[in-house]
Design a binder for this molecule. Structure first.
Ligand code: HAM
Length: 432
């Protein structure tokens, strides 16, 4: 029979990795909540047009990487390649601008891009993203950086650098656009050597030539003008103030005028959190300001800034560092025979409803094997039920840590475990 496997660039997240993922989510959610963010669940499918208008028709994401199909009614649908466009759509659709500020939302979930899979680059990958709407001030950009920094500190993530840049606005970018076109058309040979996509980009959206991944285009753009040479006073002042706020909170940053980002909606601040431990896919988180997107989608003029963390990349960096514990059962029932299994099933249902983690052994296995399993799972207590115990309306209560064993009447069992829930065994997981 055919053996099925995951699609290329798509991962199953299994034990023990999933425990690390859960921990990342738990810690990140706690930090996001401390900064005033609430979760917004956005759909995985959207109309393709949303991404074309939001991210840009000439971006790699839209022109090459989206999973797009027609639904049964012939509408063009795409799997979301990112979360910002959907979140802004949702913000406008539900009139969230009429709810009290601050408008701070986060989302967690899979994104889809048909990229060439390699270390740290997948076709289905998870993002934890957050968007801060309604604040045009540079302090909002700094707050976003501070939040990512706080998340990474809470996760004990080492050796991450934040690279920052300004990408200009609708006032100054046309000047930069002209300068880029001038640079790439200054010699016919240069224009001819651009890849076919970039020849189109040069006409439609020259900035996108700057994030083309084709090696000849990367080579050709060496020496191209930088956006920082063309930004207007307002963008420059915003950038200076933003960096000033980072200095205030001692966040070290590197200015990288080559950060252009692969999505069209950015204005002013853009940033990437990078590391040398991930090979070519250096960015573990990235984002920036997008002051026009809400209005471009038909909403009220609303400045915004946000970011997304790549969870696979973060998990890769944390594999050896974060202490992850798996909860072990407080009670393991070892059962001998059908009647014992029935009794254990009833008792365990009561305990589980009382919030106690309980496992039941397999009645077809020997007592020895069930005890071995309880031991492997690091259970704290074992309750043994056999024919004799059923007749006496009692159980054998075994403490696996203190190595004691006693017969306890059925009504005394809860008393025995009462107050011991806090003593949950924890096993540290080793990812190596
Ligand atoms: P992005 O830079 O496209 O930005 O993605 C953010 C992060 O997602 C990256 O830094 C990386 O860690 C992760 N990532 C992206 N593509 C892949 C992939 N193929 N495989 C694994 N991880 C990947 C955005 O998506 C923007 N929506 C961020 C944003 C939010 N800007 C403003 N608000």
């Amino acid at each position: 029979m055919k053996a099925y496997s995951t699609l290329k660039g798509v991962l199953d997240i299994l034990q023990p990795e999933i425990l690390l993922w859960n921990k990342i989510e738990e810690i990140t959610r706690a930090v996001l909540q401390n900064f005033g963010y609430t979760e917004l669940r956005i759909p995985i499918i959207e109309s393709t047009e949303l991404f074309i208008r939001g991210i840009g028709e000439t971006s790699d994401i839209v022109s090459k990487e989206m999973y797009t199909f027609n639904d049964r009614a012939g509408r063009s649908i795409s799997l979301r390649p990112e979360g910002t466009a959907s979140l802004v759509r949702s913000y406008i659709e539900h009139g969230l601008n009429n709810t009290p500020q601050p408008w701070k939302y986060y989302y967690i979930g899979p994104m889809f891009r048909y990229e060439r899979p390699q270390k740290g680059r997948f076709r289905q990958f998870y993002q934890i993203g957050a968007e801060f709407l309604g604040n045009a001030a540079p302090v909002a950009d700094a707050e976003i950086i501070s939040m990512i920094d706080t998340i990474f500190k809470a996760l004990h993530l080492p050796d991450v650098t934040v690279e920052v840049n300004t990408t200009g606005c609708r006032l100054c970018r046309p000047l930069y656009r002209d300068a880029l076109v001038g640079f790439f058309t200054s010699e016919a040979s240069k224009t001819n050597m651009l890849c076919d996509d970039c020849k189109v980009r040069l006409v439609k959206n020259p900035l996108r030539v700057l994030d083309c991944k084709v090696p000849t285009c990367i080579e050709l753009r060496k020496g191209a003008p930088l956006i920082t040479e063309y930004v207007c006073d307002e963008c420059r002042e915003h950038d200076e103030a933003f960096k000033g706020f980072l200095n205030e909170i001692d966040i070290k940053y590197v200015e990288n005028p080559e950060i252009v980002r692969g999505l069209d909606y950015y204005t002013k601040t853009a940033f990437e959190f990078t590391t040398e431990h991930l090979g070519a896919q250096k960015a573990v988180a990235a984002g920036g300001r997008y002051d026009n997107l809400v209005a471009d989608f038909g909403g009220p003029k609303t400045p915004a800034v946000g970011f997304a963390i790549g969870v696979e990349r973060l998990a890769e960096l944390l594999r050896q560092r974060l202490d992850v514990y798996v909860c072990a059962p407080l009670i393991f029932f070892a059962v001998l025979g059908k009647e014992a299994q029935r009794m254990a099933f009833k008792l365990s249902t009561r305990y589980r409803q009382a919030g106690v983690y309980t496992e039941i052994g397999n009645a077809l296995h020997t007592l020895k094997n069930q005890l071995k399993r309880a031991d492997k799972m690091a259970a704290r207590f074992v309750i043994i039920i056999g024919e004799e115990e059923i007749n006496k309306n009692a159980v054998i209560f075994k403490d696996l840590v203190n190595h004691t064993q006693e017969e306890v009447p059925l009504e005394g069992v809860l008393g025995c475990i009462k107050g011991k829930q806090a003593a949950y065994n924890k096993q540290k997981i080793n990812f190596s």
